[in-house]
Design a protein around this ligand. Structure first.
Ligand SMILES: Nc1ncnc2c1ncn2[C@@H]1O[C@H](COP(=O)(O)OP(=O)(O)OP(=O)(O)O)[C@@H](O)[C@H]1O
Length: 971
């Protein structure tokens, strides 16, 4: 009996889809091993049986068969692959299968046969247009076009007139909007055209997105980069899109009045229509966000410094504050101080203008807004990793946590924030280069308060030493040190990055993430010797496409062009318009700071000195402060524990991942179904694993093992000696089922949650009953209390980081509030978490960079640690209860508040305001509020006011929303 017969026997006895899958996999393997004639004969024999024998009726038309036909194509000498697919198409067995056409088209694309590729696309359109929408049909083809025809030849294929209809189907029932994370989706007042100036209006974004969807430039002359330029004349063909949007604006204006301030707000009279809040797209900055305020001690005389944002200024190999030319620095200080003064005087007018715009924009079409933001997202997020040639030598000193040194490594931003300018003037136009943001406060602190800093540093150092973290980390020899045999030996062991810091022997041979004895060091540091890869190419978008999407303006640039020269000096505009200009500039920067610019920076040898590679978010850290998200620090913390058993590390590059395709990682095949969420750093896909279980796969570039570590730690600490916490750990903390950490990206497999996030819930829920709000908020507070008790700061608390895990059982009664059996929310996205176990009472300064989720401490420049989560909780409460983002108001401790319109009839109103007030006005890290008190406040209210029938009605409504979300996610 041949090997093929053996494999086939199982299928014969058990002709099910599972068995067919196994058989097919076996045959795929055998095809690489067996001689051509044997394989061909065996395969044909099996296929004949499957096609003719009635016992295979159930599996004959299973899509897995396509894989077998694909193998057959390789053995077909006359028909060839093309003939096989044509046969399948003609016989009609798979004519309703998108996969048939995708598989077929891929074969043709690989051969660069655009003509045939086009024919297959047309066949797919015709065959599937009754069952799938055009974007659904085309998305896989687009990916292929991006991948195999990067010269843009295939772009025109997707501009067929039929698809245009899909643009207007945003509101179609059952259509699901892509979920995006939260922070940026508020209506952007900056999208409004203001006479005399020209920013990118929402209509234009919408139109750009529309065009972009079909692979077109907006117009060859009008490069819609978002950069403020001379007023654009609307072309005739812009009109239809514009009219559509204007109609919607008009209808919405009638419906929605502007936000009113928190304390005096009475939302009762407000129209019931609520704004939808869509998830954030990219971690951009709000142009209207106030500048960092000085701490009390240095008030008035210590401005924040924003240094030049062009790449050149960041290009010096050893950028550090101290190296800046003194005169230059002085000049900047003066400018910034002047700017600060101006900012003070203009703040009033600016806020007025901002609210005016809010009022206007309040009427903007929500879908249009979302579409614009999606267009923005399409343009914006590109995360880059590893440069091929650089050697990152991290010295002993760097590895010891000296704030000053740490800051010199990471105080350069790749995500410049125009709002960090003290003035409300329009920020400098950038060439798409890098911004360096330093805070003069730190400089002064450094000179005046060195002793204080040193003390902090030594304390941390001591803490770390106490916990074996203080082990010195040796600098590995550079590549030239080939004689160093010890290093050679180690280098063979360092699988991921030969120049990442090497832990000393004890660590190396001990346990922990950092050990290298088992072949690799887990790190998200870019790998040496691994070809450069960016997230766009990982997601199948080649550079041309990136350029097209990100910036038509930049399209003319050379492929690996050096950073563009700085644009001409920006035109001064009145402060009242500054937010528009900020936004435009911001967008311009986002649009142009793409793969190629960063690639160019890497080629130019700037990447490591500028921190591009290490920095994933616009953390704004002052010189002299400890960066809680520092990769080096994280590696050291990870090195102290055993790597979780579900984490698998690979030296190779991560496989590509695309919707509608299979993806094999670590020997396990996942069928990737669809993109379900997109955050700033990752794409999350719904997938089916080999056990046919639906899972969520988070694909993150660069690889991030920290999230695996923290989830693992969180769970372990939570249940340690606490049996009663197991349920909470299971229900409320993201559990990584499997983590595949590659040199270039990581895939985290977790449980898939079909009911969506609290953000989606808030969007769907009109005027939630207080029972349900109280229930959810209490659960959130209970979970966060435990998270903090485990010495972990989540660091990114927002409504889209809470998944709804299940519906509420209608039988749950009054005692459900504090029960351990009734959890329905789970915290996800632990990539920003801070492990305080080792850092003890360490405080941090600087901003996390999530718009509207930066706490008052971060904005003030005051020390913070757990306050980040208290603020995140308060901001999330506002969203859950009002379905709108609250805006931080006030300017000093005691006065901070959130503008959120909770209806007067919401009985929980005062309790919520009370907690918001407490959580926003925390005097210092030593006076953190007690979670138990807040929980008790909710519990007391519940106890006193609970009404069984209202509760049951609220449950029904909640479950309805869950069902709706689940239905949407299925589509
Ligand atoms: N297990 C899951 N099941 C269903 N959807 C999920 C799951 N995990 C994540 N998502 C969706 O993907 C989105 C992004 O996920 P996540 O927050 O982990 O990514 P991120 O890149 O870290 O985002 P952020 O920009 O918010 O930091 C979530 O808001 C959610 O909508």
């Amino acid at each position: 009996m041949t090997q093929i017969d053996q494999a086939f026997r199982d299928l014969e006895y058990n002709p099910t889809a599972d068995a067919l899958g196994t058989f097919t996999t076996q045959l795929e393997t055998l095809s690489k091993m067996l001689p051509f004639p044997d394989m061909k004969a065996g395969l044909m024999d099996c296929l004949r049986k499957i096609r003719r024998d009635r016992r295979f009726d159930a599996v004959r038309n299973d899509e897995t068969m396509l894989r077998l036909y694909k193998i057959l194509g390789q053995y077909s000498e006359n028909l060839g692959m093309k003939g096989i697919y044509l046969q399948l198409h003609t016989t009609g067995n798979f004519s309703k299968s998108l996969n048939l056409y995708l598989q077929w088209a891929e074969e043709l694309a690989k051969k660069q046969d655009l003509t045939e590729f086009t024919k297959v696309l047309d066949m797919a359109r015709k065959a599937l247009d009754k069952t799938l929408t055009m974007p659904e049909i085309e998305s896989g083809f687009r990916d292929m076009a991006d991948e195999y025809f990067p010269d843009g030849r295939a772009a025109a294929l997707f501009a067929s007139p039929d698809d245009t209809l899909d643009v207007f189907r945003d509101n179609a029932p059952g259509r699901r909007m892509k979920r995006r994370s939260s922070a940026k989706t508020k209506l952007r007042s900056e999208f409004i055209d203001v006479p005399g100036t020209f920013g990118v209006s929402i209509e234009e974004f919408r139109y750009a997105k529309w065009k972009d969807t079909f692979g077109e430039d907006v117009d060859p002359h009008r490069r819609d980069s978002g950069i403020v330029q001379a007023k654009h004349q609307v072309a005739a063909n812009d009109r239809c899109a514009r009219e559509e949007v204007e109609n919607r604006i008009a209808s919405n204006l009638k419906r929605r009045p502007p936000l009113s301030p928190l304390s005096e707000a009475n939302a009762d009279d407000e129209d019931e229509k609520r704004s939808r809040i869509y998830s954030p797209l990219v971690p951009t900055k709000d142009a209207t966000r106030p500048a960092l305020r000085n701490s009390k001690t240095f008030q008035d005389n210590i401005p924040t410094i924003t240094l030049s944002s062009d790449t050149k200024s960041a290009s010096s190999k050893e950028i550090s504050y101290n190296q800046l030319d003194d005169s230059d620095t002085e000049e900047k200080l003066k400018t910034m101080a002047a700017g600060r003064e101006k900012a003070r005087t203009s703040s009033l007018s600016s806020s007025t203008s901002s609210s005016t715009r809010t009022a206007k924009s309040g009427g903007l079409d929500l879908m249009a807004e979302n579409n614009c933001l999606e267009a923005h997202a399409m343009f914006s997020e590109t995360v880059h990793i590893g440069g091929p040639e650089k050697t990152m030598v991290i010295s002993d000193e760097t590895m010891s946590i000296k704030p000053t040194e740490v800051s010199s490594n990471f105080s350069v931003l790749c995500d410049p924030d125009p709002t960090m300018n003290l003035t409300h003037d329009r920020p400098k136009k950038t060439s798409g280069g890098l911004n360096m943001v330093f805070d003069e406060l730190a400089l002064v602190e450094e000179s005046i308060g060195e002793a204080v800093e040193v003390k902090t540093v030594s304390k941390i150092k001591k803490d770390l030493e106490d916990t074996r973290l203080g082990k010195s980390l040796r600098t590995p020899p550079t590549l030239g040190d080939e004689d160093d045999s010890e290093f050679k030996q180690k280098r063979t062991n360092i699988s991921i990055n030969r120049y990442i810091p090497v832990f000393d022997d004890e660590l190396i041979h001990g346990h922990g993430f950092g050990k290298i004895t088992h072949g690799s060091i887990v790190t998200s540091t870019p790998a040496a010797g691994v070809a450069f890869v960016d997230i766009e190419s990982y997601f199948g978008n080649k550079w041309r496409l990136i350029m097209r999407r990100k910036s038509q303006a930049a399209a003319a640039q050379a492929q690996v062009a050096p950073p563009a020269p700085p644009p001409p000096a920006p035109k001064q505009v009145p402060a009242a318009n500054s937010s528009i200009d900020c936004l435009s500039d911001n967008l311009g920067r986002r649009l142009s700071l793409g793969a190629d610019e960063i690639r160019a920076a890497i080629v130019a040898g700037e990447a490591e000195t500028t921190g591009i590679l290490n920095r994933r978010r616009s953390e704004i850290i002052r010189k002299g402060d400890i960066n809680p998200w520092d990769e080096t620090l994280r590696r050291r913390l990870m090195a102290t524990v055993r790597a979780p058993i579900n984490m698998h590390e690979f030296q190779e590059r991560a496989p590509k991942i695309q919707a509608n395709r299979d993806c094999e990682v670590g020997g396990e095949v996942f069928h990737i179904q669809t993109l379900i969420g997109q955050g700033g750093y990752a794409k999350v896909y719904k997938a089916v694993n080999e056990e046919k279980k639906v899972v969520a796969v988070k694909y993150e570039v660069p690889s991030c093992s920290w999230e695996v570590y923290i989830c693992d730690q969180m769970r372990n600490r939570l249940i340690k000696d606490r049996e009663d916490r197991v349920k909470m750990a299971d229900w409320c903390i993201m559990k990584v089922m499997d983590a595949y950490v590659f040199s270039t990206a990581s895939l985290l497999v977790n449980e898939y949650h079909e009911y969506g996030t609290l953000l989606e819930y808030a969007n769907s829920m009109k005027d939630p009953n207080w029972h349900i709000s109280c229930f959810l908020l209490t659960q959130m507070a209970r979970i966060l209390k435990e998270v903090h008790a485990c010495n972990i700061i989540h660091g990114d608390i927002k409504p889209d980081n809470f998944m709804i895990t299940r519906k509420i059982d209608p039988n749950w009664d009054k005692d459900a509030l504090m029960s351990n059996d009734t959890f329905v929310v789970k915290i996800i996205d632990w990539g920003r978490a801070i492990d305080m176990m080792q850092l003890k009472d360490q405080t941090f300064k600087g901003r996390a960079g999530t718009e509207d989720f930066d706490s008052p401490e971060m904005i003030d420049g005051r020390p913070w640690n757990y306050q980040a989560d208290y603020f995140g909780f308060a901001a999330t409460m506002a969203v859950v209860v009002t379905a709108k983002y609250g805006k931080l108001t006030g300017s000093k401790v005691g006065e901070y508040s959130l503008s959120c319109d909770i209806k007067r009839r919401n009985a929980l109103r005062n309790t919520i305001f009370d907690i918001i007030k407490k959580f926003l006005n925390i005097e210092s890290v030593n006076t953190l509020p007690d979670w138990s008190e807040a929980i008790q406040q909710f519990a007391d209210f519940w106890e006193t006011n609970f009404d069984g029938s209202s509760w049951r009605q609220a449950i029904a409504k909640f479950n309805e929303v869950c069902d709706l979300a689940a239905t949407n996610h299925k589509q």
